[in-house]
Design a protein around this ligand. Structure first.
Ligand SMILES: O=C(O)CCC(=O)C(=O)O
Ligand SMILES: [Fe+2]
Length: 553
């Protein structure tokens, strides 16, 4: 489990960081993180549309220029030829222009030839203008492509993509049997690329699967393939070597480290049939089949990952005696704000108390907040134990920190949070700035806890108020493995939980994860409420292990 919950500023809570420091920290990287946010990927697409328009113009102009040269109509040459004539007639002599016909010839040279030359030069200048513009463009780093390939591999790991359907231009997964058409066919070299990046990202099961399909197809087609950014030709023989090497590494890793950890994943059985016969694997698979679901207490890391994956696939793992006690109702918390239009509250877990609240933010507000945050989005990081920032495969998304002065709706959102929770949510005093998160293809956040290791109790993140700023058609759920809770993002809805109990002790049951986004655009906004500033609202009962639930229930 990652001990994370991220800030862009080491361990220092954002209540202690000034807006100026935040602004200073907002140095945009040279090329935006396109792999970790749909926003930047969309921007890249818009830019690309502009680029190709210019490139088309340039190509047309170059063609015209070339044709002009070929026809011997080069304006430069004509001009110089015209000058040569004058020179031969003695134009370098001082008295040349005393002769009326020489004066006529010189003037003709200028008035008739110069505009044509100017026109030709202007065209050239246009080329250089285009060229300068093209040269100024920063291409996305190959790292971005690698991150996206790893994202696709992760999607296969979580949602078992049907790779045969994929090669036939259809995206089908465990989430839906309804195929999502792919309008650009996947080549064998793409499959090979994704497979090798999967292995590099330690998603060995996906690596084996993608490379296996690449090899199978290449043998069927028996064609040589071009790799995406290497002039090397990829022969089926080469693919076979890569596949075999990956299988070997997969089996070794499975043998040494087991099926899954937060750093790797593998198939349940070795690919090598001799190895697969080993008793320990069959024992393991059998045990797994009988393995009970762990609920209401924290289990092992492996159980946490596997349960969160099950929840990500939309399966309910809770028995009826738990789910039958859940309920929903309309609340207004006695506030005039919600008397006319109370909010629908759904209790998704009773102990600890976790609720969703519908319609906390309107679609217009959500849109406005997304637009504001877009300029500040940076690749997300997690916080190391030593307080340093770390960009890793465990959290692939882009984040932006927003203060209330950055967007007109945020002050209102703070008031709503205070009304609904009965706590103080004032930035600098009792809460952090808002954190907007945008996920890209396959973007996710592995199982983690939102409390950070902070030196002062006042900075403890006692509660998380997360609002979904978009619907997500497939994937992207928020799941709590030890509670068996899975929540599908719904634009405008909030998901609220307390990270600590009344004594301020971290609640081990609210470890949670953001499932990979299979299809769509996922945006959330987080507000982390701090212990400091809540003394009157949430009294500390040092000996109490009870969960905080007031005043929502
Ligand atoms: O995006 C989500 O569903 C959860 C995000 C989260 O847990 C976090 O940002 O700490
Ligand atoms: Fe979180």
């Amino acid at each position: 489990m990652t001990e994370a919950g991220a800030t862009g500023f080491g361990w220092r809570p954002l209540t202690n960081v000034t807006p100026e420091e935040i602004e200073k920290g907002r140095n945009l990287p040279d090329s935006p993180p396109v792999a970790t946010s749909t926003y930047h990927l969309t921007e890249l697409l818009q830019q690309e549309i502009q680029v190709v328009t210019r490139l088309r113009e340039l190509a047309d102009e170059l063609m015209t220029a070339q044709q002009a040269l070929q026809k011997g109509e080069c304006f430069f040459r004509r001009y110089l030829t015209s000058w040569d004539e004058l020179e031969r007639g003695g134009a370098r002599c001082d008295e040349f222009v005393y002769h009326p016909l020489h004066a006529y010839a010189l003037t003709k040279h200028l008035s008739l030839r110069w505009p044509a030359l100017q026109e030709a030069t202007r065209r050239l200048h246009n080329h250089s203008h285009h060229l300068e513009w093209i040269l100024g463009r920063e291409a996305s780093a190959v790292r971005e492509l690698d991150l996206l390939a790893a994202g696709v591999a992760r999607l296969h790991d979580y949602y078992s993509l049907n790779l045969t359907a994929l090669t036939q231009s259809n995206l089908i997964s465990l989430l839906s049997s309804q195929p999502i058409p792919i309008t650009i066919p996947i080549s064998v070299s793409d499959l090979n690329y994704i497979g090798s990046r999967a292995a590099a990202a330690n998603i060995w099961n996906s690596g084996v699967d993608f490379l296996g399909v690449a090899l199978k197809l290449s043998l069927e087609n028996n064609t040589s393939l071009q790799q995406p950014h290497s002039p090397d030709t990829l022969e089926p023989q080469h693919l076979a070597t890569m596949f075999n090497r990956t299988v070997q590494m997969h089996d070794q890793l499975l043998e040494r480290k087991g099926r899954r950890s937060k750093h790797h994943s593998a198939h349940p059985l070795p690919i090598n049939t001799t190895l697969a016969k080993k008793r320990k694997y069959h024992k393991r698979v059998k045990e797994k089949g009988e393995e009970a679901v762990v609920l209401g207490r924290a289990g092992t890391q492996l159980q946490g990952i596997e349960q969160s994956m099950t929840l990500c696939r939309g399966h309910d793992i809770r028995p009826v005696n738990i789910t039958s006690h859940l309920y929903c109702r309309y609340i207004n918390n006695g506030s005039p704000l919600y008397l006319i239009g109370p909010l629908r509250m759904e209790v998704v877990s009773l102990v600890p108390y976790i609720v969703t609240l519908q319609g906390v933010v309107t679609s217009r507000e959500a849109q406005d907040i997304k637009v504001t945050s877009a300029a500040f989005l940076e690749a997300s990081s997690t916080v190391r134990f030593n307080g340093g920032k770390e960009i890793s495969y465990q959290r692939t998304s882009s984040t932006a920190w927003l203060y209330e002065h950055n967007n007109n709706y945020l002050k209102q959102l703070t008031t709503r949070i205070e009304t609904l929770l009965g706590v103080s949510a004032q930035e600098h005093v009792s809460a952090e700035a808002y954190q907007v998160v945008n996920y890209g293809a396959g973007g996710h956040y592995t199982v983690h806890h939102d409390t950070l290791s902070v030196p002062y109790l006042t900075h403890l993140r006692i509660a998380t108020f997360l609002v979904y700023l978009s619907d997500v058609p497939q994937g992207g759920w928020t799941v709590f493995p030890w509670l068996g809770v899975g929540v599908a993002p719904k634009q405008g809805s909030a998901l609220v939980w307390y990270n600590v109990n009344r004594a301020g002790v971290k609640d081990e049951l609210v470890y949670h994860a953001a499932c990979p986004v299979l299809f769509g655009d996922k945006w959330v906004i987080n507000k982390w409420l701090h212990y400091g500033g809540q003394t009157l609202k949430v009294p500390c009962l040092p000996d109490s292990q009870s969960h905080i639930a007031l005043p929502l229930n």
